[in-house]
Design a protein around this ligand. Sequence first.
Ligand SMILES: C[S@@+](CC[C@H](N)C(=O)[O-])C[C@H]1O[C@@H](n2cnc3c(N)ncnc32)[C@H](O)[C@@H]1O
Length: 416
Amino acid sequence: MQSPYSSVYKKRSAAVQPPAAPNAFDFFLPCPRGVEAALADEVKALAEHSPTLRAGMPTPGGLPVQGSLTDAMRLNLHCRLPSRVLLLGGSCSYADAEDIYHLARDLAWEKWFDVTQALRVDVTAEHSPLASIKFAALRVKDGICDRFRALTGERPDVDTAHPDVRIHLHLREADALLYLDTSGEPLFKRGWRSEHGAAPLKEHLAAGLLKLSGWTPDDVLFDPLCGSGTLVIEAAQMAANRAAGLDRSFGFEALQGFDMDAWNALREQARQAVRPLTPGQFFAADIDPANVRMTLDNARRAGVDGAIAAQAGDVIAAVPPVDAAALPAGQAAWLISNPPYNERIAPEGEAADDFAPQLARTLKQRFAGWHVALLAADLHWDKALRLKPRRRIVLFNGTIECRLMLIDMVAGSARG
Ligand SMILES: C[S@@+](CC[C@H](N)C(=O)[O-])C[C@H]1O[C@@H](n2cnc3c(N)ncnc32)[C@H](O)[C@@H]1O
């Protein structure tokens, strides 16, 4: 299918080339900062099943990708690390919001959706000289509406809560990029979470922790501070080869140009690829019994409940759910978690302070042979923990800079 945007590429964009083949579109996949290389690996693994799909060079916060519209559906269905799959419409250099208005007005949106579908325009910016990026987004909406009014005599509605179509404007210092969002709701909304604890990890960040830690889908996983269960559920879905987006719908389903027969075939193939899990690999605990119930409810909706054992308990009193030394060769035991830092909820009658050293003592005394990965927003939390990480990986939880601390609990590895 010829890109309806080719003429705009030629007219306005010096930096973005027209698609190399009729079937090649440019996409951008935003992701949490720190997981870009892991996302590139994820896309390369998918590309083994699609000759048209190509991962570009990661940039901070995302990955450019080239591929067909079927590849876009494939990326939405399978990728765990991006928050969206954005289809590049066109780009231009800009001096003011009027340049951005003209870019929006000149793109052939009518090839993708019609005037009866409601719009939402989002905007992000890095080093934009514009005084108001919100005004730029408003001019994108005006450009699209004016185009439809010239073509049909009517304007599409705007609906920020339940849009049929999402447009994304990204402003760089000198150029503006306009994308059609093929995902709809962000991809970290997998469709299984109906409740959440006070501070749940977003699913794509949880998947990032798992991939960056070195945990593999054959390994044992224990999250003793599980909250709503995000880490164990993501991990169990990976082990079951259950596609991340199997239980949700996507923005492209409301767009023209996407082959719904190909989509149904992709989804059916993904359903057939799900493997049964055996108990004894995934373990979760939390001091709050309501969180344990929530984890099991979420796991049921995510199709992995039989595989996850969850119970209430204080992490300081935790014992390993498996003997790491007794695991078969090639299977490792991992404790991966995002602790509440210095705010341990202590069982009644106990002091809640000194959480980090108490946790360290538990790990040293009982978890020899385990690999530990802890996400900390306090960049020096390992000093409070008094355990020496083998690696400290920089990554961002939204705008919050964090460290993923990898610690191997082998005899003699710990200080203090
Ligand atoms: C930052 S949240 C974890 C969020 C979780 N990763 C998720 O995605 O929902 C920390 C969790 O630790 C639990 N917690 C706090 N103190 C604890 C303790 N002493 N033992 C076990 N769990 C504890 C809290 O109830 C909370 O659910």
